[in-house]
Design a protein around this ligand. Sequence first.
Ligand code: F6P
Length: 548
Amino acid sequence: MSKLTETKAWEALWAHFRENSHHHMRDLFAQDEQRFERFSLQVGGILLDYSKNRINQDTMDMLVNLARERGMSQRIAAMFNGEKINFTEKRAVLHVALRNRTNSPILVDGENIMPKVNAVLDRMCAFAHSVRTGDWLGYTGQPITDVVSIGIGGSDLGPQMVYEALKPYAHPRMKMHFVSNVDGSQIAETLKEVHPASTLFVIESKTFTTQETLTNAKTAREWFLASAKDEKAIAKHFVAVSTNRQRVVDFGIDPQNMFEFWDWVGGRFSVWSSIGLPIVLALGRDHFYELLNGAHLMDQHFRNAPLEKNMPVLLGLLGIWYMNFYGGGSHVIAPYDQYLHRFPSYIQQLDMESNGKQVNREGERVDHETAPIIWGETGINGQHAYYQLLHQGTHISPIDLICSIDGRHSMPGHHDILLSNVFAQAQAFMQGKTAEEVRAELVAQGLSGDELEQMIPHRVFDGNRPTNTILVSNLDAHNLGALIALYEHKIFVQGTIWGINSFDQWGVELGKQLAKKIHQQLVDGSEVSEHDSSTRNLIEYYRRFTKA
Ligand code: F6P
């Protein structure tokens, strides 16, 4: 594959950028009444309005040409066909198989993986059903009232985000807790809220080697045994979700209580696998199936729609346009939906762990930017915190405004206020406010002379700031599944354009290795002269207080 920056489409895009980048969206809207119709797209319950971007039809045609030149359709096919596109780990990338609801065969090393996908799904659902109905009893004969999910990264963010997003549908008896931090305060606070006899711990770890998760799991087991006083009781209160059977057994969890998944599921793409067990426990089988169905709908669209009408492809290309041409360095996720409050963190891992890479698939350093910094929180709270910078600061940061037509509550008046803010913000980012408009406004308020002139520059909004509005019919499990899959595929599209492997994460390893060694030195007080002077002194300073 040729270098991205040497492709014909890249060169054409640069020429186009130089000619057009000064255009203001306000003028583009004024010139084209059809702009919304031209630059919006609906897939299932999701409407994407991308008309408030710094694009015209030529921009989109050229971006789609770039996708073609980078072999987008072939790469999409390679993923769905189970090719080992995660080549640094020699693995296929098949989170799409987990929601392959038509059950068409998918082969990995010649084996159709669908029967085992379905078997684990059935086991998960049967187990969750017995817990939810109260048939599954704790060691004293009480039903389960609390589930503590222990995991980190993809083994925490997915189930947590989906549970929070779909909370209105949760089982009234089942309280969910999520523990990820090795800072003991999180598990300490959680254990204060639950009782050993009615708590189920779900230990979630793809590798079952993750220090944070195993430390928390060990603490939970000790806390539990302090009351139960019988190792046999563990079987009723601890289940594991992992790809690593041996480690699960070594930890002391009965493999009967293990829900498996496979190395072709990346951690940050694992919410559809048995890692979703807390979701099934909280919401039940039907909502989980709907989550899978919604994702499958987006998969089918991604696989089959032409590139120019393909929602994940378009979102990915727009991101490339800002990251690589406008020099934008970040991307804001702004859900206007309280239940989606963990969505920005979820997308942060999904995107930054996938595309935060510096070499291409050939192992050469790239000569362009890759993943943006993903950040954000609920949009309405962001408005009163950092939107100032987004409106008048010096950065270009595209924003995804995500909202739904139906609110999931019965509080009168709230939803119209919320949605008016979404539409108004998108409009304000696009059109801004000119000096003339500010002047007229201030004159009408009675200002004049020096006072008026001084005030004007502070009140001007440049506008021309890009947003995508993602308007979902309602945020039920089906549409949430489609929304998550939309972002998964967008990220793959960008990785394909950049020519990187979006599915490994070697960048997390160095810190883990060093922490292991330093942990030993903190505990046993051993020699630290091998370290640089900063690290050595920090260790010694800490030890002076803790070993005194
Ligand atoms: O350290 C990063 C990471 O490997 C993520 O990719 C993963 O989601 C997380 O840690 C948890 O890993 P595991 O599921 O193996 O405990």
